[in-house]
Design a binder for this molecule. Structure first.
Ligand SMILES: [Zn+2]
Length: 294
């Protein structure tokens, strides 16, 4: 059957748009050296970590099925090594989905016990880890010591910091963000837990910092991030204790010294709102007699 010109044009347009869609997604994918053996895998606004060991590759976070398939193919071509371990940094679906790509019997899947429990509880569409831990776990993998540490509740369930030696790279997802504001209204964050965890993280030595979003950096950058969330917490709390409304606190611009960070104009009021709502609800600040006007 002969196709009319209109049909051919439509088919071509569909082919081109699907190709463009795929190309656009994968053109957002890239591997960047952090050290000789440690790479940041970027997929759009997300970053995962790829560690080359003498025995194979250790991947932290599959991100999603398409990104996971791309990184599996890419490391096979580039390094000619198997993926020996997949570590989930935490339970959130936008970082932990795609794990089924590595569920082929060749890769050990690892997470904190709370991350696995949450993935199971919510029937997450990814592969469940076969190895979990409570406080800390070190993988001695092909000449690299990869230490996973849980510093308490931060964002998501079982969210761990990963330290790679001898490269001295620290990888943290969502609860430390370098060069950019934390996401919008701090959905899912435990702000006080994040402060405590970041204090503990800063007691550890490390040279390179890689986050699951935004910029790479060093320990000074993590210190600067700590100062941001500490200022956010303290200024919003002081505002509430002084009887100010959310609008009053936002108008007083308590975070102005951080205005050079990315997404400041877009998200600073949302950050303040998120901190305000968390502080009010967790500490029952509106249930106090002085706040009730009696
Ligand atoms: Zn995230």
């Amino acid at each position: 059957m002969a196709l009319r010109l209109g049909q051919i044009t439509l088919i071509l347009a569909l082919l081109l748009s699907s190709f463009a869609g795929r190309a656009q997604d994968e053109s957002d994918y890239r591997l960047t050296n952090v050290t000789d053996d440690v790479f940041r895998f970027t997929a759009g606004n997300y970053h995962a970590l790829v560690i080359k060991t003498d025995d194979g590759i250790v991947l932290i976070d599959p991100l999603n099925t398409r990104a996971a398939s791309w990184i599996k193919k890419t490391v096979a071509e580039r390094f000619n090594k198997p993926i020996t371990h997949l570590i989930y940094s935490h339970s959130h679906p936008d970082h932990a989905y795609g794990g089924e790509v590595f569920d082929d019997g060749n890769t050990v899947l690892v997470s904190h016990q709370d991350a696995r429990a949450n993935l199971k509880r919510v029937r997450a569409d990814t592969a469940l880890p076969s190895l979990v831990f409570n406080d800390t776990l070190t993988l001695f993998a092909g000449g690299k010591d990869i230490t996973l540490t849980y510093y308490g509740p931060t964002n998501g369930y079982g969210n761990v910091a990963v330290h790679v030696q001898p490269d001295d790279v620290m990888f943290v997802v969502d609860w430390v963000v370098v060069g950019r504001l934390p996401y919008k209204d701090l959905m899912g964050y435990d702000l006080e837990g994040t402060l405590r965890a970041t204090e503990k993280l800063l007691k550890q030595p490390f040279t390179h910092f890689v986050g699951g979003h935004a910029d790479m950096g060093n320990k000074d950058d993590v210190n600067a991030y700590y100062k941001y969330i500490q200022t956010l917490h303290n200024s919003v709390l002081e505002g509430i204790l002084a009887g100010k409304s959310l609008k009053d606190i936002q108008r007083s611009q308590p975070m102005a010294e951080f205005s050079s960070l990315k997404m400041y104009d877009e998200w600073v009021e949302l950050n303040i709102k998120g901190a305000y709502e968390q502080l009010v609800s967790r500490s029952y600040l509106k249930m106090r007699e002085s706040a009730s006007g009696q």
